[in-house]
Design a protein around this ligand. Structure first.
Ligand SMILES: NC(=O)c1ccc[n+]([C@@H]2O[C@H](COP(=O)([O-])OP(=O)(O)OC[C@H]3O[C@@H](n4cnc5c(N)ncnc54)[C@H](O)[C@@H]3O)[C@@H](O)[C@H]2O)c1
Ligand SMILES: N[C@H](CO)Cc1c[nH]c[nH+]1
Ligand SMILES: [Zn+2]
Length: 424
């Protein structure tokens, strides 16, 4: 893990700019080909790519009711209870985000308003390459249910046995997912966008995934809506020497173990503290089951940045716009106003990032790659849309008709003017 002085601006900038454009170009080329083949060949292409990337030859893409029932038998009873409790916390939090339609009256009888409607068909992506994420099923599906979405199609890559992990299927059942398909990567995004023999197209695709998923979502935007770019996980911690080094190291590693491309950064004013966290990271890393992934991530995208002041720590963190920001300083609420860009903010020593990943209630599908500068966590807003409402009576229209006709003349649109004139 590198220790970088904030004064080393050149190195810092190259470290923070994680886009390796050559690599992204290569991935984009591959993604373009996958999207085109699925659009043209449908299910056949899905089966082809599943064999190529997930190393399994499937008979059916759609998960059957029988498979779901069987999975429910296999899942530990205690885990079902935890899923249920997590669901309730996530539901409660997202219900607060609900928006209502509104109307107001202007003058005598004019009524104007805004009607909220759920998006009808959405697709949720649940990652499944390096790990199975039942928590992501809850985080993607529950806000859609709260918003009133009537059809939720879930896609996730199958394991080498051609099955979806029973914990994923149980989470889908608990969250009210309607259809489940065994397909992942860019090919799954293509299928949800264009439709295939087995998969009906949707209007919006949400959910996190690896770089292939993230780039594919970017490319299909416009054919469908997407939530955001939620790619490889990130954590940024602002801490001083009063924080517990063991906590800081563990929290950094919690995200490093997701992906070789995950990014874990500590920002601190204390060099001594930095050195002891670095030692802790090295120690704790050895104990992790996923140490190979975490080690690569820490080597390539892990850093401890030494700043001159806490003020400077927040300026830098706002520039990084991390997916997760932990503030491990005394009286953390006092610093909240300094945070401008972050997907989720964790305050104090007993709100570690995994609390948010699994249980607290706020969504864990969050903007990454500095997109927290303009994107928000996945939520109910992602699953609704708005329609404007306009109601005028004859005398209301009569009062403004000449102004509208005058306006239509300025735009040279006689047909528009006639639509007003014909009524009087
Ligand atoms: N931001 C968030 O909210 C959030 C939440 C959970 C997970 N994550 C991130 O999601 C990601 C999950 O990644 P994952 O890989 O475990 O699962 P994944 O399901 O996103 O990706 C696996 C799929 O990628 C495709 N793929 C793999 N290698 C390929 C190749 N060489 N060419 C073409 N396609 C290929 C395959 O189709 C495979 O099924 C991690 O980066 C994790 O950090 C983010
Ligand atoms: N930290 C991930 C989002 O970056 C979400 C997750 C799911 N399971 C564990 N963690
Ligand atoms: Zn996580």
């Amino acid at each position: 893990m590198k220790i970088i002085e904030i004064k080393d601006n050149q190195f810092l900038q190259s470290f923070l700019n994680r886009n390796n454009y050559e690599e992204i170009e290569e991935i984009d080329e591959k993604v373009d080909k996958i999207l085109a083949k699925v659009e043209k060949e449908g299910d056949q292409a899905l089966l082809f790519f599943t064999e190529q990337f997930d190393h399994v030859s499937l008979q059916n893409i759609k998960v059957t009711e029988k498979e779901i029932e069987q999975a429910l038998q296999e899942v530990e009873e205690d885990f079902l209870k935890v899923l249920q409790e997590a669901k309730e916390n996530i539901w409660q939090f997202h219900q607060k985000q609900m928006q209502n339609s509104w109307f107001f009256n202007k003058e005598e009888s004019i009524t104007l308003g805004q009607k909220i409607s759920p998006i009808e068909r959405v697709g949720i992506y649940v990652p499944g390459g390096k790990a199975a994420y039942p928590s992501t099923v809850l985080m993607d599906a529950i806000p859609a249910k709260v918003a009133g979405v009537s059809s939720i199609s879930m896609v996730t890559p199958p394991g080498k046995d051609g099955k979806i992990h029973p914990n994923i299927l149980a989470a889908a059942k608990i969250s009210g997912v309607d259809e489940i398909y065994k397909v992942g990567g860019a090919q799954a995004i293509a299928a949800l966008t264009f439709g295939t023999e087995s998969i009906k197209p949707v209007s919006k695709i949400v959910g996190p995934g690896n770089i292939f998923v993230a780039r594919a979502k970017r490319k299909v935007f416009g054919y469908v809506d997407i939530d955001m770019i939620a790619g490889p996980s990130e954590i940024c911690i602002i801490a001083d020497e009063k924080a517990k080094q063991e906590f800081v190291a563990a929290d950094l590693l919690s995200q490093a173990e997701h992906d070789e491309l995950a990014c874990s950064i500590l920002i601190t004013p204390s060099l001594e503290f930095a050195k002891s966290v670095k030692r802790q990271v090295e120690e704790q890393l050895k104990q992790l089951k996923r140490k190979e992934i975490a080690q690569k991530s820490i080597e390539n995208y892990g850093a401890i940045i030494i700043v001159d002041s806490i003020e400077q720590a927040f300026t830098l963190s706002n520039e990084i716009a991390p997916e997760h920001l932990e503030i491990l300083l005394e009286n953390p609420f006092a610093y909240l106003s300094k945070v401008k860009n972050a997907g989720a903010i964790f305050l104090g020593s007993y709100s570690p990032e995994p609390l948010g990943d699994y249980f607290a209630g706020p969504n864990h599908t969050l903007p990454t790659s500095r997109t927290a500068k303009f994107s928000s966590p996945l939520g109910v807003d992602d699953f609704i849309k708005k329609s404007s409402i306009i109601y005028y009576k004859k005398n209301d229209l009569e009062k403004v008709k000449d102004k509208i006709i005058f306006f239509t003349e300025k735009e040279g649109l006689e047909g528009h003017g006639n639509s007003i004139k014909v009524r009087f």
